[in-house]
Design a protein around this ligand. Structure first.
Ligand code: HEM
Length: 445
């Protein structure tokens, strides 16, 4: 075990003399380096004491959740690791540090510790792939590895596009609809529940609970707790091997338990991870992309004219407004981020939302939605390293299907009425997104 590590990946904001001579001067150097960016560091000289930067920003108050980006900019300007006094946790707001922490699991652990509310961590049952590390994490991820792999997702492509196109066709005939509920939520729930092997009637028991209990123990957490408990009760009591469709993801999970790949107790937590991690995130990602296209008609035209792909639009939307804004873990050893020492055992918040707007990584246009951005898929909104989103190809497939169908069937989309944000401690997206569309008269079939 190396006693003194520097989590720093390459601080693009300039080298401090004698600190990081090989990494600092080149803005793009981060991407010339291998994934494992954690490099051994000599102990800091006794003359150079670690700095501790603090902030009293409450990342989870209503005002910040309504528009977190100015607060993130303040944190990024303050430094690489800032102690948030309000949450007794360290924020990593810059792209390079979030990426470095994600790609070296030895530094940040999610073992039983993924929410800022200790109550929520206590509620998290063993077997949640999000809240474990090392061999257990690999064992749980393996259960559905075949189902998640690209050949399996590719096999779903035609069906997901057909579903999206049928739904969009029906909605576009109305000319006004709610793109969050009628479109994103309907499609994602249908696709994910079908894959899971659950009937569509289970939808209301499972939607809207995702990640609701992450974040601190505030009123939002308290309000969300009963719904999360109800979801676990539903999965425990109602969902059985007889209820799920043979060959589905949940059937595979039960089979893994029968084959001793996982324990019977791990079945419900594992399936709950896929449901909570897979539905609201994707719904928010898709509704965010649609909102941004509606607000930028020129970029919608680019999508229609195929000057930009639906994948590119979606990735840029994830960069610009990450559906999961932050995720929490603990540092497993003393680490030095830039010149700040974070002692072992402290909580850290990886600010995905802030990383997507880091001007050190994305340049002066970081705060601008630009579907033509060539490298938007390097965002961290889907995680990275061993915790890379296990449903990333499925998420992209669903978004591609929806955005392609919209571009095919509408000549114009624009916001109408009042859009409502979905307010959640860590998720960001739209609860309601009324849209007015102009059908492309040439598309009747
Ligand atoms: C736009 C949509 C999505 C976003 C933004 C997203 C984001 C993420 C992120 C950031 C993580 C890593 C969390 C961490 O730091 O530990 C994650 C993990 C995960 N995601 Fe997604 N996700 C999306 C869609 C999906 C879908 C469709 C599924 C599956 C149906 C899914 C299943 C999972 C699972 C099981 C994990 C845990 C992986 C692990 O810890 O090994 N996600 N997701």
């Amino acid at each position: 075990m190396r006693p003194d590590l520097d989590v720093l990946a390459g601080h693009h904001d300039g080298a401090r003399a004698g600190r990081c001579p090989t990494q600092a001067p080149l803005p793009d150097l981060l991407f010339a380096l291998p994934d494992n960016l954690i490099v051994p560091r000599p102990s800091p000289s006794p003359r150079k004491r670690p700095r501790m930067t603090t902030s009293s920003i409450d990342l989870f108050c209503d005002a910040t959740l309504a528009d977190p980006y100015p607060r993130y900019a303040e944190l990024r300007a303050q430094g690489s690791a800032i102690h948030l006094t309000e949450h007794d946790a360290w924020a990593l707001p810059r792209y390079a540090d979030v990426r470095a922490a994600l790609t070296d699991p030895r530094v940040v652990s999610s073992l039983d510790d993924i929410a800022l509310a200790p109550e929520a961590d206590r509620d998290t049952p063993a077997g949640t792939v999000l809240a474990c590390d090392g061999p257990d994490h690999a064992r749980l991820r393996r259960v559905l590895s075949r189902q998640r792999a690209r050949p399996a997702t590719d096999a779903l492509t035609a069906d997901v596009h057909r579903r999206a196109d049928m739904l969009v066709r029906e909605l576009v005939e109305r000319e006004t609809f709610d793109a969050a509920r009628d479109l994103a939520q309907t499609l994602v729930a249908d696709v994910v529940l079908d894959l899971m092997g659950l009937p569509a009637t289970t939808r209301d028991s499972l939607i809207g609970n995702a990640a609701a209990t992450f974040g601190p123990a505030n009123g939002r957490y308290a309000a969300a707790r009963p719904a999360a408990a109800a979801m676990f009760a539903f999965l425990n009591d109602v969902v059985t091997p007889d209820v799920v469709r043979p060959g589905s993801w949940l059937a595979t999970t039960y089979t893994a338990a029968d084959a001793s790949g996982i324990t019977r107790e791990e079945v419900v937590p594992l399936m709950s991870t896929y449901i909570t991690a897979g539905m609201d995130t994707t719904i928010h990602g898709i509704s965010t992309a649609i909102h941004l296209l509606a607000a930028h008609p020129g970029q919608f035209a680019s999508l229609r004219n195929r000057r930009v792909t639906a994948d590119r639009v979606f990735h840029e939307a994830l960069r610009f407004d990450a559906p999961i804004q932050a995720f929490e873990g603990r540092v497993t050893r003393d680490v030095t981020v830039d010149d700040t020492r974070i002692p072992s055992g402290e909580r850290v918040l990886l600010l995905y939302g802030s990383a997507g707007r880091d001007e050190r990584r994305w340049g002066e246009s970081a705060d601008r939605f630009d579907a033509h951005r060539p490298d938007s898929d390097r965002h961290l909104a889907l995680g990275a390293g061993p915790d890379l989103c296990a449903g990333n190809t499925l998420a992209v497939l669903q978004a591609r299907a929806v955005l392609t169908a919209l571009a095919r069937r509408c000549t114009r989309i624009r916001p109408t009425g009042t859009a409502e944000r979905a307010v959640n401690n860590v998720l960001r997206g739209w609860e309601r997104l009324p849209l007015d569309v102009t059908p492309d008269g040439r598309r009747t079939a």
